[in-house]
Ligand binder design. Structure first.
Ligand code: NAP
Length: 302
């Protein structure tokens, strides 16, 4: 029986685990892949006060080390269902069943899909959702990135170093990401002797090829064009994977609804980080959620 089980080992989950453990509670983290959450899919971590290394991999390694140094157990398991009986929370995973008095859902979000007919069929054959993970497979090749937010801009900067040519296909006529990233992308465009070509007012219509991606069809300002590319990097935002909570907790468009104490619709179950509705999805806001949740859980348990 744990005082608190934290589902998801991203910045929110790790932050709450550290606070709770240091306050004397018996906690465990359940993580289905690796500690770090979305940061693990980034190359650099910026905008985080006091962290000047920038290396996202080091940041994730440090999160793991911090959990280990506090002797917080990490179960590498996937949560299948959550239940509550007699004030106890039962967390069922693909490997075991864990019981706790409280629970934190810091499950982050997964890549949004474009929804094109052939998108799924080409996953692993040219369609990717993580430039840092898969970029190396497209060394010296031409690729296209879809999206215009921070992720798409970061991916473009990262891939411009590896690939021969990088197209950005964005449906608006302006990027929505941070100004600094927009400026960096602009410095790397073909007009500035770089290798990025920006296609505004454009949408990806089709992905074509035999075994692997060979080209994409794009509609730009109403005209159809084709781009010969080997890789399609889709960076159009993220949505929480909350199917296992449907009918158990109150959700809105897959996001877990919480009050100003980060309490969900079930007493003792809290949620924070990217899986709740919020204005700014950043490492710093996730870490902050985790710290505040730990204080609220501490009050609740007492
Ligand atoms: P995002 O900020 O939500 O941007 C998504 C982009 O994809 C937007 O340009 C959006 O266009 C476009 N898009 C959405 N659905 C689309 C569709 N069906 N077809 C074509 N385009 C579509 O997502 P993100 O860039 O992945 O970032 C997610 C969160 O993580 C954000 O809060 C972001 O700030 C944060 N993040 C921060 C950093 C950083 O600080 N360095 C890095 C990565 C991520 P519209 O604008 O037209 O909807």
């Amino acid at each position: 029986m744990f005082d608190c089980i934290i589902i998801g080992g991203g910045p929110c989950g790790v932050s709450s685990a550290i606070y709770l453990k240091r306050a004397g509670y018996n906690v465990a983290v359940i993580e289905k892949s690796f500690i770090g959450g979305q940061v693990a899919y980034s190359s650099e971590l910026e905008n985080y006060a006091g962290f000047i290394d920038k290396d996202a991999f080091i940041f994730c390694q440090n999160l793991t080390k911090q959990l280990q140094s506090l002797q917080i157990p990490i179960f590498y398991e996937e949560v299948i269902s959550l239940d509550k009986k007699d004030k106890k929370i039962i967390v069922k995973t693909n490997k075991a069943e864990h019981i706790a008095l409280t629970c934190i859902l810091s499950i982050g979000a997964e890549s949004r899909k474009l929804g094109l007919e052939k998108e799924k069929a080409y996953i692993g054959k040219g369609v990717c959702y993580c430039a840092v993970c898969d970029g190396n497979f497209y060394r010296n090749k031409d690729v296209v990135i879809v999206g215009g937010g921070n992720s798409a801009l970061e991916d473009a900067i990262y891939l411009s170093n590896i690939c021969n040519k990088v197209y950005i296909v964005h449906r608006r006529d302006v990027f929505t990401g941070e100004k600094m990233l927009v400026n960096r992308v602009n410095e790397l465009t073909i007009e500035n002797n770089g290798n990025i070509e920006i296609l505004f007012n454009s949408t990806l219509q089709d992905i074509c090829g035999n075994d692997k991606v060979e080209k994409v069809k794009v509609n730009q300002n109403g005209s159809n064009i084709e781009l010969a590319v080997s890789g399609v990097f889709i960076a159009i935002g993220r949505v929480p994977k909350t199917e296992f909570l449907q009918g158990f907790l109150d959700l809105d468009k897959n996001y877990i609804l919480v009050n100003n104490k980060f309490e969900t619709s079930k007493e003792g179950i809290y949620a924070g980080g990217d899986c709740i509705p919020k204005q700014m999805r950043q490492v710093v806001t996730a870490v902050s959620d985790g710290a505040i949740i730990s204080k609220n859980i501490s009050d609740f348990l007492q």
